[in-house]
Design a protein around this ligand. Structure first.
Ligand code: PEP
Length: 250
């Protein structure tokens, strides 16, 4: 199980420090549950400094696929490693929608992240229009293949997928546990054809989209839901930790 908090473009430095500190101080031993905080780039170093030595890891929300060079405003995999990141979210639907990310650019970033020992959290998910047209599985399959085709299985725990139906992100509307489970099982079968069934069984597939303490138990008890990527509910230590506790129970 893995619970990751995507803070998006929120908080100032004092608030980021307070949130990270409060999560670290109030987290009971999470056992088998990995806990990852993904603050904005500007706070990575500070958040890492606060959680280093605790069970909490740090991830970034994006990165560039190139090694270094004239890419103003961008950040590289080795930079993220140098400030303590272990994970990086790639292909979030907001990146696809507002910043022109494509499956091909996500694939380049996945390859680069893996070269540098970062665990990519590859986001996929259909829009409401695509779901209503009965195309959710096809859309998600295309995104999985587009992002991972030709990538060698990096080993247990080295690759994470997040299913985030676009219509459930930040809307308060959540996929029902059954709806989410059906797509998660489909994603796992796609991963089994790309790698093999044994390896696919060890890839954490997270659900993201208005996960909160009230619905976390039901979602996380589904067999193919291996954790959550949490947006809004990750901005309060109390609600984030309640989701971590739900993962510990699952
Ligand atoms: C997200 O954007 O990754 C997300 C899951 O957001 P929220 O929990 O706010 O829907």
């Amino acid at each position: 199980m893995l619970i990751a908090g995507n803070w998006k473009m929120n908080l100032d430095m004092p608030a980021a420090r307070q949130l990270a500190g409060s999560i670290r101080n109030n987290l009971e031993d999470p056992g088998q549950v990995q806990v990852v905080l993904c603050p904005p780039f500007a706070y990575l170093d500070a958040v890492y400094g606060l959680v280093h030595g605790s069970p909490v890891s740090v991830g970034a929300q994006n990165m560039h696929a190139e090694e270094s060079g004239a890419f103003t405003g961008e950040i590289s995999a080795s930079m993220l490693r140098s400030v303590g990141c272990s994970h990086v979210i790639l292909g979030h639907s907001e990146r696809r929608q507002y910043f022109g990310e494509t499956d091909a650019s996500v694939r380049d970033k996945v390859a680069q992240a893996l070269r540098h020992g970062l665990v990519p959290v590859v986001c996929v998910g259909e829009s409401l229009k695509e779901r209503d047209a009965g195309r959710a599985e096809k859309v998600v399959s295309d995104q999985i293949r587009g992002a991972l085709e030709g990538i060698e299985y990096p080993g247990k725990g080295r690759l994470v997928v997040a299913y985030e139906p676009v219509w459930a992100i930040g809307t308060g509307r959540t996929a029902s546990p059954g709806e989410a489970q059906a797509i998660h099982a489909h994603i796992r079968s796609e991963l089994a054809t790309l790698f093999n069934a044994g390896d696919a069984a060890h890839i954490n597939i997270l659900y993201g989209g208005s996960m909160k303490p009230e619905n976390a138990d039901a979602l996380l008890s589904e067999p193919d839901i291996d954790g959550g990527l949490i947006g809004g509910a990750s901005l309060q230590a109390e609600s984030f930790l309640a989701i971590v506790r739900a993962a510990m129970r699952a």
